[in-house]
Design a protein around this ligand. Sequence first.
Ligand SMILES: CC(C)(COP(=O)(O)OP(=O)(O)OC[C@H]1O[C@@H](n2cnc3c(N)ncnc32)[C@H](O)[C@@H]1OP(=O)(O)O)[C@@H](O)C(=O)NCCC(=O)NCCS
Length: 210
Amino acid sequence: MSEHRVCPSHPDLADDLATLQRLCFPTLGTDELITAQQFRHHLQVFPQGQLVVLDSHDRPIASASSCLHRTEFVHSEHTYMEASGQNWLSSHTPDGEWLYGIDIGVHPDHRGQGLSRLLYDARKALVRSLGKQGLVVAGMLKGFAKYRANMTAEQYLRSVQDKQIFDPTVSVQLRQGLSVHGLLPHHIDDPTIDGMAVRLIWYSDVASRI
Ligand SMILES: CC(C)(COP(=O)(O)OP(=O)(O)OC[C@H]1O[C@@H](n2cnc3c(N)ncnc32)[C@H](O)[C@@H]1OP(=O)(O)O)[C@@H](O)C(=O)NCCC(=O)NCCS
Protein backbone atom coordinates (compact mmCIF):
# COMPACT_ATOMS: atom_id res chain seq x y z
CA MET A 1 0.00 0.00 0.00
CA SER A 2 1.42 3.41 -1.02
CA GLU A 3 2.18 5.94 1.71
CA HIS A 4 1.29 8.68 -0.76
CA ARG A 5 -2.01 10.53 -0.93
CA VAL A 6 -3.69 12.54 -3.67
CA CYS A 7 -4.32 16.20 -2.75
CA PRO A 8 -5.95 19.13 -4.50
CA SER A 9 -3.41 21.23 -6.39
CA HIS A 10 -2.47 24.75 -5.29
CA PRO A 11 -1.16 27.87 -7.12
CA ASP A 12 2.13 27.71 -5.14
CA LEU A 13 2.90 24.36 -6.83
CA ALA A 14 2.62 25.72 -10.38
CA ASP A 15 6.35 26.28 -11.00
CA ASP A 16 7.21 22.76 -9.81
CA LEU A 17 4.36 21.33 -11.89
CA ALA A 18 5.74 23.00 -15.02
CA THR A 19 9.16 21.45 -14.31
CA LEU A 20 7.55 18.04 -13.75
CA GLN A 21 5.66 18.42 -17.03
CA ARG A 22 8.89 18.91 -18.99
CA LEU A 23 10.41 15.82 -17.32
CA CYS A 24 7.34 13.69 -18.10
CA PHE A 25 6.93 14.74 -21.75
CA PRO A 26 10.45 15.14 -23.20
CA THR A 27 9.36 14.56 -26.83
CA LEU A 28 6.28 16.80 -26.82
CA GLY A 29 6.25 20.04 -28.85
CA THR A 30 6.98 22.98 -26.53
CA ASP A 31 3.67 24.73 -27.38
CA GLU A 32 1.81 21.75 -25.93
CA LEU A 33 3.70 21.66 -22.61
CA ILE A 34 1.61 23.20 -19.80
CA THR A 35 3.28 26.27 -18.31
CA ALA A 36 3.20 27.48 -14.68
CA GLN A 37 0.83 30.28 -15.66
CA GLN A 38 -1.51 27.77 -17.27
CA PHE A 39 -1.39 25.44 -14.24
CA ARG A 40 -2.41 28.42 -12.05
CA HIS A 41 -5.22 29.28 -14.46
CA HIS A 42 -6.60 25.70 -14.36
CA LEU A 43 -7.26 26.20 -10.64
CA GLN A 44 -9.51 29.14 -11.41
CA VAL A 45 -11.39 27.26 -14.14
CA PHE A 46 -12.03 23.87 -12.47
CA PRO A 47 -10.22 23.47 -9.12
CA GLN A 48 -11.67 20.01 -8.31
CA GLY A 49 -10.10 18.59 -11.47
CA GLN A 50 -6.52 19.54 -10.58
CA LEU A 51 -4.83 16.83 -8.49
CA VAL A 52 -1.31 16.21 -7.23
CA VAL A 53 0.74 13.72 -5.21
CA LEU A 54 3.35 15.33 -2.95
CA ASP A 55 6.62 13.96 -1.55
CA SER A 56 7.72 14.32 2.09
CA HIS A 57 8.96 17.87 1.32
CA ASP A 58 5.55 18.81 -0.10
CA ARG A 59 6.89 18.94 -3.68
CA PRO A 60 4.75 17.45 -6.46
CA ILE A 61 5.94 14.08 -7.78
CA ALA A 62 2.80 13.35 -9.81
CA SER A 63 -0.10 15.34 -11.16
CA ALA A 64 -3.31 15.03 -13.15
CA SER A 65 -5.27 17.85 -14.82
CA SER A 66 -8.86 17.40 -15.95
CA CYS A 67 -11.87 19.33 -17.23
CA LEU A 68 -15.44 18.53 -18.26
CA HIS A 69 -16.65 17.88 -21.80
CA ARG A 70 -19.97 17.00 -23.44
CA THR A 71 -20.70 13.67 -25.14
CA GLU A 72 -20.56 15.22 -28.66
CA PHE A 73 -17.03 16.43 -28.00
CA VAL A 74 -15.94 13.07 -26.58
CA HIS A 75 -17.19 11.37 -29.77
CA SER A 76 -15.49 13.84 -32.11
CA GLU A 77 -12.08 13.55 -33.77
CA HIS A 78 -10.29 16.19 -31.77
CA THR A 79 -6.77 17.28 -30.97
CA TYR A 80 -5.09 17.70 -27.61
CA MET A 81 -5.08 21.48 -28.07
CA GLU A 82 -8.84 21.48 -28.71
CA ALA A 83 -9.51 19.29 -25.67
CA SER A 84 -7.32 21.42 -23.42
CA GLY A 85 -8.47 24.80 -24.79
CA GLN A 86 -4.91 25.55 -25.98
CA ASN A 87 -3.74 24.41 -22.52
CA TRP A 88 -5.83 27.09 -20.73
CA LEU A 89 -8.92 24.85 -20.18
CA SER A 90 -11.01 27.42 -22.04
CA SER A 91 -12.73 24.33 -23.51
CA HIS A 92 -14.05 23.32 -20.04
CA THR A 93 -17.83 22.81 -20.21
CA PRO A 94 -19.30 22.91 -16.67
CA ASP A 95 -22.41 20.94 -17.68
CA GLY A 96 -20.39 18.37 -19.65
CA GLU A 97 -21.26 14.74 -18.85
CA TRP A 98 -17.67 13.49 -18.90
CA LEU A 99 -14.55 14.12 -16.86
CA TYR A 100 -11.80 14.49 -19.48
CA GLY A 101 -8.22 13.79 -18.42
CA ILE A 102 -6.02 16.39 -20.06
CA ASP A 103 -2.73 15.35 -18.57
CA ILE A 104 -1.21 12.86 -16.14
CA GLY A 105 2.46 12.53 -15.29
CA VAL A 106 4.57 10.82 -12.65
CA HIS A 107 8.18 11.87 -11.94
CA PRO A 108 10.51 9.31 -13.58
CA ASP A 109 12.07 8.44 -10.19
CA HIS A 110 8.65 7.54 -8.76
CA ARG A 111 7.17 5.43 -11.55
CA GLY A 112 5.93 1.91 -10.92
CA GLN A 113 4.92 2.77 -7.33
CA GLY A 114 1.20 3.01 -7.96
CA LEU A 115 0.99 6.81 -8.14
CA SER A 116 -0.93 6.92 -11.41
CA ARG A 117 -3.37 4.36 -9.99
CA LEU A 118 -3.94 6.72 -7.03
CA LEU A 119 -4.63 9.59 -9.45
CA TYR A 120 -6.97 7.51 -11.65
CA ASP A 121 -8.83 6.34 -8.54
CA ALA A 122 -9.20 9.98 -7.45
CA ARG A 123 -10.50 10.91 -10.90
CA LYS A 124 -13.06 8.08 -10.73
CA ALA A 125 -14.13 9.27 -7.26
CA LEU A 126 -14.58 12.78 -8.69
CA VAL A 127 -16.72 11.39 -11.54
CA ARG A 128 -18.96 9.67 -8.98
CA SER A 129 -19.20 12.68 -6.66
CA LEU A 130 -20.14 14.97 -9.57
CA GLY A 131 -22.63 12.39 -10.92
CA LYS A 132 -20.90 12.29 -14.32
CA GLN A 133 -20.99 9.52 -16.92
CA GLY A 134 -17.35 8.58 -16.71
CA LEU A 135 -13.74 9.40 -17.45
CA VAL A 136 -12.29 9.92 -20.93
CA VAL A 137 -8.61 10.23 -21.81
CA ALA A 138 -6.62 10.36 -25.02
CA GLY A 139 -3.73 8.02 -24.34
CA MET A 140 -0.52 8.74 -26.21
CA LEU A 141 0.72 5.63 -28.01
CA LYS A 142 4.18 6.23 -26.56
CA GLY A 143 5.68 2.88 -27.50
CA PHE A 144 4.56 3.15 -31.15
CA ALA A 145 7.80 5.01 -31.98
CA LYS A 146 9.75 1.73 -31.79
CA TYR A 147 7.35 -0.21 -34.04
CA ARG A 148 6.01 2.28 -36.55
CA ALA A 149 8.49 1.28 -39.30
CA ASN A 150 6.99 -2.23 -39.26
CA MET A 151 3.33 -1.89 -38.33
CA THR A 152 0.38 0.46 -38.56
CA ALA A 153 -1.03 2.19 -35.49
CA GLU A 154 -4.09 -0.13 -35.70
CA GLN A 155 -1.87 -3.23 -35.66
CA TYR A 156 0.20 -1.79 -32.81
CA LEU A 157 -2.88 -0.97 -30.73
CA ARG A 158 -4.30 -4.48 -31.30
CA SER A 159 -1.01 -6.00 -30.03
CA VAL A 160 -1.16 -3.75 -26.96
CA GLN A 161 -4.77 -4.80 -26.28
CA ASP A 162 -3.78 -8.45 -26.74
CA LYS A 163 -0.91 -7.87 -24.27
CA GLN A 164 1.71 -8.91 -26.84
CA ILE A 165 3.28 -5.46 -26.58
CA PHE A 166 3.51 -3.34 -23.41
CA ASP A 167 2.89 0.34 -24.15
CA PRO A 168 4.29 2.55 -21.34
CA THR A 169 1.16 4.70 -21.34
CA VAL A 170 -1.78 2.86 -22.87
CA SER A 171 -1.07 -0.51 -21.17
CA VAL A 172 -1.07 1.31 -17.82
CA GLN A 173 -4.37 3.03 -18.69
CA LEU A 174 -5.96 -0.28 -19.70
CA ARG A 175 -4.97 -1.60 -16.23
CA GLN A 176 -7.15 1.16 -14.75
CA GLY A 177 -10.27 -0.29 -16.36
CA LEU A 178 -10.41 2.12 -19.29
CA SER A 179 -11.43 0.59 -22.63
CA VAL A 180 -10.41 1.47 -26.19
CA HIS A 181 -12.78 3.61 -28.30
CA GLY A 182 -10.81 4.26 -31.47
CA LEU A 183 -7.63 5.97 -32.58
CA LEU A 184 -7.24 9.76 -32.62
CA PRO A 185 -4.74 10.49 -35.43
CA HIS A 186 -2.88 13.84 -35.46
CA HIS A 187 -3.96 14.32 -31.86
CA ILE A 188 -0.76 15.61 -30.38
CA ASP A 189 2.45 17.31 -31.49
CA ASP A 190 4.82 14.39 -30.96
CA PRO A 191 6.55 13.38 -34.20
CA THR A 192 8.06 10.25 -32.60
CA ILE A 193 4.59 8.64 -32.59
CA ASP A 194 3.08 10.46 -35.59
CA GLY A 195 0.86 12.36 -33.12
CA MET A 196 -1.12 9.16 -32.53
CA ALA A 197 -3.40 8.75 -29.51
CA VAL A 198 -6.22 6.44 -28.54
CA ARG A 199 -9.57 7.38 -27.01
CA LEU A 200 -10.06 5.48 -23.73
CA ILE A 201 -13.20 5.49 -21.59
CA TRP A 202 -14.09 4.36 -18.08
CA TYR A 203 -17.85 4.25 -17.39
CA SER A 204 -19.29 5.17 -14.01
CA ASP A 205 -22.20 3.23 -12.54
CA VAL A 206 -24.66 5.85 -13.87
CA ALA A 207 -23.29 5.84 -17.43
CA SER A 208 -25.42 5.19 -20.47
CA ARG A 209 -22.97 3.60 -22.90
CA ILE A 210 -21.80 5.72 -25.83
C1 LIG B 1 2.09 6.51 -17.64
C2 LIG B 1 2.46 6.91 -16.21
C3 LIG B 1 1.56 8.08 -15.77
C4 LIG B 1 2.24 5.69 -15.28
O1 LIG B 1 2.49 6.10 -13.94
P1 LIG B 1 2.99 5.09 -12.79
O2 LIG B 1 2.77 5.77 -11.48
O3 LIG B 1 4.37 4.62 -13.09
O4 LIG B 1 1.97 3.87 -12.92
P2 LIG B 1 1.56 2.92 -11.73
O5 LIG B 1 2.76 2.57 -10.91
O6 LIG B 1 0.39 3.52 -11.00
O7 LIG B 1 1.08 1.62 -12.52
C5 LIG B 1 -0.26 1.50 -12.98
C6 LIG B 1 -0.47 0.06 -13.41
O8 LIG B 1 0.34 -0.26 -14.54
C7 LIG B 1 1.21 -1.36 -14.26
N1 LIG B 1 2.53 -1.06 -14.80
C8 LIG B 1 3.18 0.11 -14.70
N2 LIG B 1 4.38 0.02 -15.32
C9 LIG B 1 4.47 -1.26 -15.77
C10 LIG B 1 5.46 -1.98 -16.49
N3 LIG B 1 6.61 -1.40 -16.89
N4 LIG B 1 5.20 -3.28 -16.80
C11 LIG B 1 4.03 -3.87 -16.44
N5 LIG B 1 3.05 -3.22 -15.76
C12 LIG B 1 3.28 -1.95 -15.43
C13 LIG B 1 1.28 -1.42 -12.76
O9 LIG B 1 1.53 -2.74 -12.30
C14 LIG B 1 -0.06 -0.93 -12.34
O10 LIG B 1 -1.03 -1.95 -12.39
P3 LIG B 1 -1.90 -2.25 -11.07
O11 LIG B 1 -2.40 -0.90 -10.59
O12 LIG B 1 -2.98 -3.14 -11.56
O13 LIG B 1 -0.95 -2.86 -10.11
C15 LIG B 1 3.97 7.32 -16.10
O14 LIG B 1 4.76 6.32 -16.65
C16 LIG B 1 4.30 8.65 -16.78
O15 LIG B 1 4.24 9.71 -16.16
N6 LIG B 1 4.67 8.61 -18.08
C17 LIG B 1 5.05 9.83 -18.82
C18 LIG B 1 3.87 10.74 -19.06
C19 LIG B 1 2.75 10.07 -19.84
O16 LIG B 1 2.95 9.34 -20.78
N7 LIG B 1 1.50 10.38 -19.43
C20 LIG B 1 0.30 9.86 -20.06
C21 LIG B 1 -0.06 10.71 -21.24
S1 LIG B 1 -1.50 10.13 -22.08
